[in-house]
Design a protein around this ligand. Structure first.
Ligand SMILES: C[S@@+](CC[C@H](N)C(=O)[O-])C[C@H]1O[C@@H](n2cnc3c(N)ncnc32)[C@H](O)[C@@H]1O
Length: 257
């Protein structure tokens, strides 16, 4: 089949799937976060910042899937020079819990930055052994850190990476990013189905995050793609594949680790 015919077939399949949105994980393609939010189905919550949403995928996120191993590798490699880490989009501390068996967390001040609902849940669910885990819902309040971990946040963050990093008191020596969702085309926003809520989900142009790191004064020292997570928006498959990527970036004026 020619590529043009395949595109027509994808378009028609997408329109058919759109008839039953409740069955789909991703639907729609919008020009902005606000536009996506305005299209949340009536009767559903919009976005992540709700107490009920804090339970979605919580157990899953506390595991260590294959795509977390590059992050673990770099956290272990940088451990001798790391006293404090800011975990942006860290939820209730899911990666603190997941990485606990592999890292010496007692030596690491681990600060989760997240939305108020997740921070409330995280504080309430803190266990006695989580002594080095703390939470902030304003990034500006986090003290200077050696590492900024941004795992799984970029699809949900309404804005560029530069805006996130510039809210920090001091730029960290390293930025570790995972599950940045990208495409070969302009950035778009789809809606992810969480059951009780629909959440705007950014699929960014593949050059956006590397360009942001360059602007912020960082060199990319490692990068990977997570092929097993590749997907298409179910109602808009003709828009191409969403590719998940990870990056490790070092501040240009920082000594090599
Ligand atoms: C998929 S979870 C990622 C959890 C974990 N870091 C991981 O890699 O599995 C995305 C997290 O980003 C948070 N989030 C969404 N928008 C945010 C924002 N504007 N600022 C801070 N956190 C946000 C959500 O509340 C959620 O905890």
């Amino acid at each position: 089949m020619s590529e043009a015919l395949k595109q027509v077939a994808r378009f028609l399949v997408g329109r058919y799937r759109a008839l039953r949105p409740q069955r789909l994980r991703f639907r729609g393609a919008f020009a902005s976060y606000e536009e996506a939010k305005a299209h949340v189905r009536s009767g559903l919550l919009a976005g992540y910042d709700h107490d009920a949403v804090t339970e979605v995928s919580k157990e899953l996120m506390q595991q260590v899937p294959l795509w977390d191993y590059p992050i673990l590798y770099w956290l272990l490699r940088l451990a001798p020079e790391t006293k404090r880490l800011i975990d942006a989009g860290g939820h209730i501390g899911v990666k603190y819990r997941a990485f606990g068996p592999y890292l010496d967390l007692q030596r690491l001040d681990w600060i989760v930055y997240d939305l108020p609902a997740e921070v409330r849940a995280g504080r309430a669910q803190k266990r006695p052994q989580d002594s080095t885990l703390s939470f902030v819902d304003r990034l500006e309040e986090a003290p200077p850190a050696d590492i900024l971990l941004v795992s799984g946040l970029m699809p949900y963050f309404d804005g560029p990476l530069t805006a996130l990093v510039r809210r920090l008191q001091t730029p960290p020596r390293y930025i570790l990013l995972n599950k940045v969702v990208t495409r070969d085309g302009p950035t778009l926003v789809t809606l992810e189905n969480f059951g009780m809520s629909e959440v705007p989900y950014q699929i960014r142009n593949e050059a956006e995050v590397p360009a942001a790191l360059e602007t912020l004064g960082y060199d990319i020292v490692d990068r990977w793609t997570i092929d097993s997570l590749t997907h298409r928006i179910q109602t808009r498959p003709e828009l191409g594949r969403a590719i998940y990527r990870g990056y490790v970036a070092r501040r240009r004026d920082a000594a090599a680790g």
